[in-house]
Design a protein around this ligand. Structure first.
Ligand SMILES: Nc1ncnc2c1ncn2[C@@H]1O[C@H](COP(=O)(O)OP(=O)(O)O)[C@@H](O)[C@H]1O
Ligand SMILES: C=C(OP(=O)(O)O)C(=O)O
Length: 332
């Protein structure tokens, strides 16, 4: 059974890193949106030295959109106020405006979700290439948060300039596999594999399924990739929340039909970001996923920014053990 953990400030320093690496994990996910070359080089060599059995995967952003820096790192938004989204190169950033490094081709009435859907903006007008938006609820906007435009496909190539730069950096390190965010179709995986080949890297790709388009193209994505990640965090912004349990079941079933390992990610034990014992509903969610046939889990914020990363893994590990022990018994 796979347990992947996302590296972040909560687990990179000793003794936390050593403890995490020995807590039963099988792989570490390095999120390229947060890692610079120097930091990556030192983290990879540290992991290799402490735990040669642990695999290392790099998560590249693909079509994921983020807003740029906002003044002082955060801006308080008030329901009803107007806020502008501008294409990066066009305007100077002010408290009432944020950059998106992509021309958002949206019309009045479209909804833009920021920060995994925590912030809802409604486009009221498109003026001089800027989206004039109404803020729907009070919220704090932080620099670099994710941008989703459900229902409006983002016409971007599968790999961004940053991804090509990141792959060049990764080619100098020993990385075991790559997770690709915002996959839409099989061709995205093929393009990434060709690029990894060019850099003489291992061409093992985990496709992150987080777009409605990816669910429509699931068969071809499963055929083209080496493993599937159900990225429920972003998926829950891209499709209606009540669909998530059903879509999860469909992805697990399809991945298994194609003989691909399937990993469940997104709020697996999110309560452990600031608690030491998981919510009871999280226990049931993990067991349900195991019963559906998942091959493993990816912890995100729990290990990247949580209070006790190794504790989160131990809780997950204990559930997996419980599941395995009960297989075939009266209470399985
Ligand atoms: N400071 C950090 N350093 C490294 N990884 C982080 C950091 N903060 C969050 N992460 C991890 O990176 C992933 C993406 O985080 P984030 O960008 O905040 O969410 P999203 O991409 O869904 O908008 C999460 O899995 C999170 O655990
Ligand atoms: C794993 C996910 O993606 P990320 O953590 O990269 O936002 C997710 O959306 O569940």
């Amino acid at each position: 059974m796979e347990i992947h953990v996302t590296a972040g400030p909560a687990c990179l320093a000793e003794p936390r890193l050593r403890e995490l690496l020995n807590s039963g994990i099988t792989a570490v996910r390095l999120n390229m949106s947060y890692a610079g070359e120097e930091m990556l080089t030192s983290v990879v060599s540290h992991i290799r030295e402490l735990a040669p059995h642990v695999k290392i995967g790099a998560d590249i952003k693909g079509r994921k959109l983020r807003i740029g820096a906002v003044p002082f790192g955060k801006v308080m938004l008030k329901a009803g106020q107007m806020f502008r989204l501008a294409e990066e190169t066009k305007t100077n950033c002010t408290p009432g405006c944020a950059y998106v490094s992509y021309p958002l081709k949206l019309k009045a009435g479209a909804v833009v979700l920021l920060d995994d859907g925590a912030i809802t903006l409604t486009v009221t007008e498109v003026k001089d290439g800027e989206l004039i938006c109404r803020v729907e609820t009070d919220a704090e906007l932080t620099s670099g948060c994710g941008v989703n435009t459900p229902g409006f496909p983002i016409e971007l190539p599968p790999l961004s300039k940053k991804d090509y730069d990141d792959i060049e950096i990764l080619s100098k390190l020993s990385i075991d596999f790559v997770y690709l965010s915002y996959v839409e179709r099989a061709e995205d995986i093929i393009i990434l594999k060709e690029t990894l080949h060019r850099y003489k890297m291992k061409d093992i790709v985990v496709a992150k399924v987080e777009l409605a388009e990816a669910i429509r193209n699931l068969d071809e994505i499963c055929a083209a990739s080496d493993a599937i990640c159900i990225a429920r965090g972003d998926l829950g912004v891209e499709i209606a929340l009540p669909q998530i349990p059903y879509v999860q079941r469909h992805i697990v079933k399809t991945a298994r039909q194609f003989g691909r390992p399937v990993l469940l990610a997104g709020e697996v034990m999110l309560s452990l970001v600031n608690r030491y014992k998981p919510f009871r509903a999280e226990l049931t969610d993990v067991i349900t996923a195991l019963e559906q046939g998942v091959d493993g889990f990816i912890l995100s914020d729990e290990t990247a920014i949580g209070v006790d990363p190794a504790n989160a893994v131990r809780h997950l590990h204990a559930l997996i053990q419980e599941f395995k022990q009960r297989a075939g018994s009266q209470y399985d």
